[in-house]
Ligand binder design. Sequence first.
Ligand SMILES: NC(=O)c1ccc[n+]([C@@H]2O[C@H](COP(=O)([O-])OP(=O)(O)OC[C@H]3O[C@@H](n4cnc5c(N)ncnc54)[C@H](OP(=O)(O)O)[C@@H]3O)[C@@H](O)[C@H]2O)c1
Length: 346
Amino acid sequence: MENQLKVNVAVVGATGAVGQQMIQLLEKRNFPIGQLKLLASKRSAGKKVLFKGQEVTIEEATPDSFIGVDFALFSAGGAISKELAPHAVRHGAVVIDNTSAYRMDPEVPLVVPEVNMDAARKHKGIIANPNCSTIQMVAALKPLYDRFGIDRIIVSTYQAVSGAGAQAIDELLTQTRDVLDGKEPEANVLPVSKLPVHHQIAFNAIPQIDVFTDNGFTYEEMKMVNETKKILGDDQVLVAATCVRIPVVKGHSESVYVELKNDYELEEVKSLLAHAPGIVLVDSPEEQKYPLATDSADKLEVFVGRVRRDLTHPRGIHMWVVSDNLLKGAAWNTVQIAEELIKANS
Ligand SMILES: NC(=O)c1ccc[n+]([C@@H]2O[C@H](COP(=O)([O-])OP(=O)(O)OC[C@H]3O[C@@H](n4cnc5c(N)ncnc54)[C@H](OP(=O)(O)O)[C@@H]3O)[C@@H](O)[C@H]2O)c1
């Protein structure tokens, strides 16, 4: 993107798990940056970050931080987005927001570029980035949705601790060391830091991500339901999710069961997936090849494998979908939206 007009970018939450990945991506992809502003809380103001060999000083995010900014990439929690995104828009920036603050706002497009980039082009200042577990699932299902239609999705997730931020990564690593050293592990962050009860994640699986809603599902599970409908633009598609945190640092894995509207041939399904944008089909069970969280780490794509016909429903398919939650699930999807908008305007 080197010959393009330069744009000024602000990263809000620049010291966080997602924010750091955004900064690395902007550098690696040679994003056409004029000025880069790195914003975080007062606690981080004054810290230095290296970007393309130059030191950039972290500043406290305030309503006036966005003067002269073209793209404001928010990843500092929903409350900060609610407070500061309107100021960024007022100063003329396009906000791409990673939090859940605006995802279900009917005025705000919820975008996965491989699925509904057209929606992004109709934005009114704010574009929302979906939840990480939703992004990789809809990216994998989009080619099947377009070809056969989808009646129903049942998904179980195996989600990495980095999805809960930098503190959760520390907690997994510390607990793992403590258990191996024969010490009692201390839990303060997972499943939800603001709740009074915490569970050990090392050598464990926690069937709770985010708080519970009244229907017995968690917010994370309901995000998968509601966001999938919004991104596909289809209220009729039925979705049920069970979201589980596992002791993996990076890379969410999902067991996705989908019932198509129309009959399918398995070979065509595999071929559609193999040729879909942003998808890599890794599906050779005879060679024990299937997507793994460790292989997906630091990659931009969504990896799909174990694609197989259901034994009980004639239009049912199972698949295993894996992606780096901090990249396609967050930072890359955000930067990708910005890149696509720039391409469309150049
Ligand atoms: N992790 C994921 O996979 C993922 C995926 C999609 C979306 N998200 C969403 O992205 C957001 C950040 O997630 P994360 O995992 O990067 O969290 P994180 O590692 O805990 O980082 C939080 C960031 O927010 C900043 N922040 C906190 N309070 C602030 C304030 N008052 N003003 C300005 N900045 C403030 C922090 O700055 P300090 O260092 O100064 O405190 C830090 O940079 C969350 O809303 C999360 O739901 C995360």
